[in-house]
Design a protein around this ligand. Structure first.
Ligand code: SAM
Ligand code: SF4
Ligand code: SF4
Length: 340
């Protein structure tokens, strides 16, 4: 029997952040000059992540996504991938990366058993990339993207956060680039999550505007009809190209959300917007058995009622969720710690 929360949503999808460090400073995620990092001695070892993955799969998780911070900064990531890929209960093992270090690592990750890769890419213009991420690494990110198919991966996705006045003029270019590298592009609405201290509603480029802009260029767009708990609604262009929109800000999808997240230091969060999580590192390091960890986790899921993005939408007038002072007190509130 699946473990269901109060809204009947199963515990199925676990995002594992392997580090809170990042080699980019994206404006919508890490716009500040200084950050408080998780203490290194708190970071879970691969064996600990693997043990927790076993606990979660026994509770019904069958989809795991590695994320960060930037997951490719975690030393010897293929070793962790190998451990997770060896678990038959994990049917889908994916990773989200900014791509900068991917050209060097794609082959090793594929050989270790990683199933799928999503790369975040918001612009194809070098100067804009530099402004958006405060690093001059577009060429490396593109080389990373181009290495994915060569390494043997199928089903590459490119995730683009669309910001009004920043990159909303690149939707067509991104779709065309996606075609070139055989990737499905997914446009993500700018979210007011922890870390997005510069967020404001007028910088959100909503799903309706994305569709209008693309329809203006390509002609009639058809929705792809499918049953899924995936956050992206998918659409088809007249030439058959499929793309997605993740409208977490203007049309959230909390009703079907089966995701939870484990931070690199072993805190478990049920919602991207949740202020509090559950410490799993403590019990694990004190020697809790698998049964004890299951007994800790299951009732928390059963009580889950989170609808963070829907509640934010209902507020009407909005400002960033968390102010910088609070983020400095608790880095777990950061998107780069939660992993998205
Ligand atoms: N560093 C990796 C990357 O960028 O792909 C993985 C971690 S990053 C936190 C995961 C995803 O969160 C990225 O696709 C990023 O674009 C997205 N993200 C971060 N801040 C966001 C925001 N304010 N609104 C929407 N998406 C955001
Ligand atoms: Fe950008 Fe990802 Fe790093 Fe955040 S964690 S700054 S989204 S690359
Ligand atoms: Fe799931 Fe929370 Fe995001 Fe809603 S806001 S989709 S409940 S993680």
């Amino acid at each position: 029997m699946p473990h269901l929360d109060t809204l009947g949503r199963p515990l199925r999808n676990l995002r594992i952040s392997v580090t809170d460090r990042c080699n980019l400073r994206c404006q919508y995620c890490m716009p500040e000059d200084e950050y408080v990092w998780l203490p290194r001695e708190h970071l879970l070892h691969f064996e600990e992540i693997s043990s927790l993955a076993d606990v979660f799969t026994e509770l019904g998780v069958d989809k795991v996504r590695l994320t960060g911070g930037e997951p490719l900064l975690r030393r010897d990531l293929p070793a962790l991938v190998r451990m997770l890929a060896a678990k038959p209960a994990i049917r889908d093992l994916a990773m989200t990366t900014n791509g900068v270090l991917l050209a060097e690592q794609a082959q090793a990750l594929y050989e270790a058993g990683l199933h799928r890769v999503s790369v975040s890419l918001d612009t194809l213009q070098p100067e804009r990339f530099r402004r958006l991420t405060r690093r001059d690494d577009l060429a490396r990110a593109l080389r990373g993207i181009e290495a994915v198919g060569r390494a043997g991966f199928k089903g590459l996705k490119l995730d683009s956060v669309v910001m009004r006045g920043t990159n909303d003029d690149e939707l067509v270019d991104l779709i065309e680039y996606g075609k070139k590298v055989s990737a499905e592009v997914r446009f993500i609405e700018y979210m007011d999550v922890g870390g997005a201290t510069l967020w404001s509603m007028d910088k959100v480029f909503p799903r309706t505007a994305i569709l209008e802009r693309l329809e203006g260029h390509y002609g009639r767009i058809q929705p792809v009809i499918e049953e899924s708990s995936a956050p992206a609604d998918r659409f088809r262009l007249p030439d058959g190209t499929v793309f997605g929109i993740i409208s977490s800000t203007t049309a959230p999808f909390c009703r079907s959300c089966d995701r939870s997240r484990l931070t690199a230091d072993g805190m478990w969060y049920l919602c991207l917007y949740a202020k509090d999580g559950t410490d799993l590192r403590g019990p694990l390091r004190r020697g809790a058995s698998k049964a004890e960890l299951k007994a800790l986790i299951a009732p928390i899921w059963h009580k889950r009622a989170d609808r963070g993005a829907e509640e934010r939408l209902a507020l009407g007038s909005r400002s960033p969720l968390v102010q910088i002072g609070e983020l400095r007190q608790d880095p777990h509130l950061e998107m780069h710690t939660r992993g998205g």
